[in-house]
Write a protein that binds this ligand. Structure first.
Ligand code: FEO
Length: 396
């Protein structure tokens, strides 16, 4: 694949990682792969904005060589320390050891602790600029979007924002622009990315977007470090971030459960029927078999969660327990939930679920529903009614 000129003198020189299926350890299932986007700006001075993941370093070098000798790079802009964007820095640095590296103070510290390289590093702050010739780069610190070192780079004359991880998607494609791909897949991957990585940082994200809006910076293109570049309608993803960041929800409920001998599953199915008949958009997952990255993504705009588990050792089952632990870290706001499950004698699962939901800051909207052993016809009907009632609360 050749480098792609995304604006005059500005090239995408990144890599497409078609095969990656897990990210951030095993916390994120990248079912559609990802890309590591790096950008080369050729002016009187040559600047490389970010690099790629280490195993793709050679590809980056070859792609840059299609445009200029790598030795000609004057500046490397390090928007973010994380290894998927800085991993190829040591390789690039071999070709241009005198290139000056620009990043935040935390970036300087982080790059040193990752690579132990003697870099000519210039710390930048919000508002600092770098003249390349006809073009100017303007830097904007973006701490905790999503690491303390994160920074956005703005190409002033071309009105291109390079916000690194923000507005990205784990989406490997041969196309590079938003107007070239399936919109449903694009927004699905953007939502998945927000839900699983950025959701807990929502207040910081909202503040950063408001700061950019107040500064009245014109944005013609958003070129993130993963996935598709937003050129047709960059505001589409900004509006989506504002909605997700404000925890706006729809009349939608997600039923998530773990079952031992299918009694809890029977309850879940009846509750889902009740929700559906109440006019609610329902998503339904057995947490032991479903893709947890997708579940979280579906929770992002859902008002209600019904969480179920069979009782085992007076507690909930371990997979749902692990899932609720993960959910706690995502800090959802403005949500309602309820717990349900089947038990044989002592019970205990629904109490543990309610405890974890409360710890996650989620309102318990109705008392838990438990059924001894297998639900009979009357209990199945009650589960259905439970779903209808929860649907009414979701609509409120
Ligand atoms: Fe894509 Fe935070 O790295």
């Amino acid at each position: 694949m050749n480098p792609l000129e995304i604006a005059k003198g500005i090239y995408w020189v990144g890599s497409v990682d078609w095969n990656v299926r897990t990210f951030h350890g095993h916390t994120y299932a990248t079912s559609r792969g990802t890309t590591y986007n790096a950008y080369l700006i050729v002016d009187d001075k040559v600047a490389l904005v970010d690099t790629v993941y280490g195993p793709f370093a050679k590809e980056l070098v070859e792609r840059i060589r299609e445009i200029v000798p790598v030795e000609k790079i004057d500046y490397i802009i390090a928007n973010h320390v994380e290894t998927d964007h800085s991993g190829a820095l040591p390789e690039i640095h071999k070709y241009c050891p005198k290139a000056k590296v620009f990043g935040t103070a935390k970036c300087k510290e982080g790059l040193y602790k990752n690579y132990y390289l003697d870099l000519d590093f210039q710390v930048v702050k919000t508002g600092d600029t770098l003249k390349l010739g006809k073009r100017t780069l303007s830097f904007m610190e973006a701490p905790m979007i999503h690491w303390p070192d994160s920074m956005f780079t703005y190409v002033v004359e071309d009105q291109i924002l390079m916000p690194n991880d923000a507005f990205g998607q784990h989406y490997a494609t041969s196309e590079r622009f938003d107007d070239e791909v399936d919109q449903a897949f694009l927004m699905d991957e953007a939502a998945k990315y927000y839900a699983n990585i950025l959701w807990p940082l929502s207040p910081i994200i909202i503040k950063k977007i408001e700061d950019v809006q107040k500064a009245n910076i014109p944005i013609k293109m958003i070129a993130p470090s993963h996935g598709i570049i937003w050129r047709k309608d960059p505001m589409k993803i900004v509006k989506a971030y504002l909605s997700w960041g404000k925890n706006e929800t729809k009349q939608k409920a997600v039923v998530i459960y773990e079952t031992m001998w299918q009694s809890t599953e029977k309850m879940a199915r009846k509750m889902a029927e009740g929700l559906t008949d109440a006019g609610i958009d329902v998503k339904f997952y057995d947490v032991t078999t479903a893709d947890k990255t997708e579940i979280v993504s579906q929770m992002l705009d859902a008002k209600g969660f019904l969480i179920g588990s069979s009782t085992h050792d007076n507690d909930m089952l371990p997979t749902i327990a692990g899932f609720l632990e993960f959910l706690k870290g995502l800090k959802p706001k403005n949500r309602i939930a309820a717990a349900f499950g089947s038990y044989g004698w002592g019970g205990g699962a629904t109490q543990s679920i309610e405890r974890d939901l409360k710890d996650a800051g989620i309102e318990i909207a109705q008392p838990a529903m438990s059924v001894k052993y297998v639900p009979d016809e009357n209990e199945a009907k009650k589960c259905y009614e439970y779903g209808v009632e929860f649907g009414r609360l979701v609509k409120k």
